[in-house]
Design a protein around this ligand. Structure first.
Ligand code: AMP
Ligand code: ZN
Length: 471
């Protein structure tokens, strides 16, 4: 079975195959001006599952995901705080990495930052100016000329003939915003002339001091790491227009090569309790918000991948509770299979990886669902239907490990995740107890264990450490 996805560009379901020695996959990464929210993670997790499915099918993936560390928002927020852009974005990049790790997301093969690729962006802008697809305006900015690209609009289905495209010259006003609606389609900024609100955030260019527009970074960095035409590009559905449309225009017009990207992978948005997520409605959640409510990162991952990626996901606390019980069912089934097979948890962990055969096993149905446009809800249903047949055979356990890898789920990590997320006060008591035990002060160790359990937690000892579990 070969993985397939719905390609936004062709509007059809297509089988995925690498065009070269690896499958090149570029995903628009976070804009690092604050913690990512669970909507962002819904999209990043859909991409993570797709990558895992490709790997399980034997395809070698090169996964590039950028960090947008210069744009209108990062500049505005860093200046508000009076810190340098690089210091500000470093902090939020590190937070993003920590969250990704908790959610068991595979790190990308390359994670380029926009500010470290200014030369590549300028080179692409220069090419576009040279070949007549872009022009410099008087203010030191450079714009892409939409009317020079007969294909403009092909991804998002804009009807070019009805586009009242504006150029800087005729409208007298340029489109300098990074994000805008379809109605305001117009020539867009590739390079933005320096403005007072940019502070010290500017670079030299042939057109004067300024900074890159948002769209150009993804064209320049994807080309650098994956070549001028590559396999797959992903992002949330909001990026389809204008961001991805503009990326196609910039890339194809600068190289003359088509297509820039073969498959476009867009995930639908996440809603919270039926409403659009927004700060003003008080329903915008970060990973920390949910962890502090007592949910583990594995449960959050499960809840965020459980809906089909092309359907809006309605995130609810009931959904999180369901994820918790589903994971506990998986853990129990696994524990009993391991006991029957005489396999340790450590032994099974080594099986959570791609490689095992899934076709012809009890997880064939689940695998088929994942290959069919990454149908995670169907795959989960198939997994639960297969659990009673798990038994103790090595083949079934290996296949179970592979299907868990594809979803990035680790039922054995649930306890560990809880331990990581134990409140600091409990963790401190547990550390003191461990020290007491090492010093053979068993009376103190027992007393501390008693305190910990009175607070609702159990310490589990291992050979070289301890873990904490909610009692
Ligand atoms: P940003 O950090 O805003 O550049 O967004 C990072 C990724 O999250 C992009 O692929 C967006 O399309 C995606 N995204 C933003 N909001 C949501 C949402 N509510 N649901 C799903 N994906 C989203
Ligand atoms: Zn992008």
């Amino acid at each position: 079975m070969k993985p397939s996805i719905h390609n936004t560009l062709s509007r059809r379901k297509e089988e995925l195959a690498p065009s070269g020695e690896f499958f090149g996959m570029y995903c628009c990464g976070p804009t690092v001006y604050g913690p990512a929210h669970i909507g962002n993670f819904r999209t990043f997790l859909a991409q993570d599952v797709l990558r895992r499915v490709l790997e399980c099918s034997g395809i070698k993936v090169k996964h590039v995901r950028n960090i947008t560390d210069v744009d209108d928002k990062t500049i505005r927020e860093s200046r508000k705080l009076g810190v340098s852009l690089s210091e500000f974005t470093k902090k939020w990049t590190e937070k993003f990495h920590a969250d990704c790790e908790k959610l068991n997301m595979l790190p990308p093969s390359v994670e380029p930052r926009a500010t470290e690729h200014i030369a590549e962006q300028l080179e692409m802008v220069s090419k576009l100016v040279e070949n007549g697809h872009a022009y410099a305006a008087g203010d030191g900015s450079v714009y892409f000329k939409i009317s020079s690209d007969p294909d403009y609009g092909k991804l998002s289905g804009l009807d070019r003939r009805s586009l009242a495209t504006q150029s800087v010259n005729s409208a007298g006003e340029a489109n300098l915003a990074d994000e805008y609606e379809r109605e305001s389609v117009s020539d867009f900024a590739l390079w933005k002339g320096r403005k007072s609100e940019d502070g010290d955030n500017f670079w030299k260019s042939p057109w004067g001091e300024g900074r890159p527009g948002w769209h150009i970074e993804c064209s320049a960095m994807s080309t650098k790491y994956l070549g001028p035409t590559f396999d797959l590009h992903g992002g949330g559905v909001d990026l389809c227009f204008p961001h991805h449309e503009n990326e196609i225009a910039q890339s194809e017009c600068s190289t003359g090569l088509k297509p820039y990207v073969k498959y476009w992978f867009h995930s639908a948005h996440l809603m919270v309790e039926g409403a659009k997520m927004s700060k003003s409605l008080g329903n915008l959640y970060t990973l920390d918000d949910l962890i502090s409510k007592g949910y583990s990162a594995q449960q959050i991952r499960y809840a965020l991948i459980a809906g089909h990626y092309r359907q809006q996901l309605n995130f609810t606390f009931k959904g999180l509770d369901d994820a918790k019980s589903a994971l506990s069912k998986l853990s129990k089934a696994l524990a009993s299979a391991l006991e029957k097979a005489g396999m340790t948890e450590v032994g099974f962990k080594k099986l959570i990886m791609p490689g095992a055969k899934l076709e012809g096993t009890i997880f064939e149905g689940a695998w088929g669902a994942l290959c069919d446009d990454v149908n995670v809800p169907k795959a989960l249903g198939e997994i639960f239907a297969a659990l009673p047949k798990l038994g103790d055979s090595g083949e079934n356990l290996a296949a179970f490990g592979a299907i868990l890898y594809a979803l990035g789920l680790d039922p054995l990590a649930c306890g560990a995740a809880e331990a990581e997320e134990a409140p600091e006060e409990i963790a401190e008591l547990a550390r003191q107890r461990w020290e007491a035990k090492k010093a053979k002060n068993f009376a103190l160790a027992d007393e501390l264990r008693g305190k910990i359990s009175a607070l609702g937690w159990t310490v589990l000892d291992a050979k070289d450490g301890f873990s904490l579990k909610k009692a």
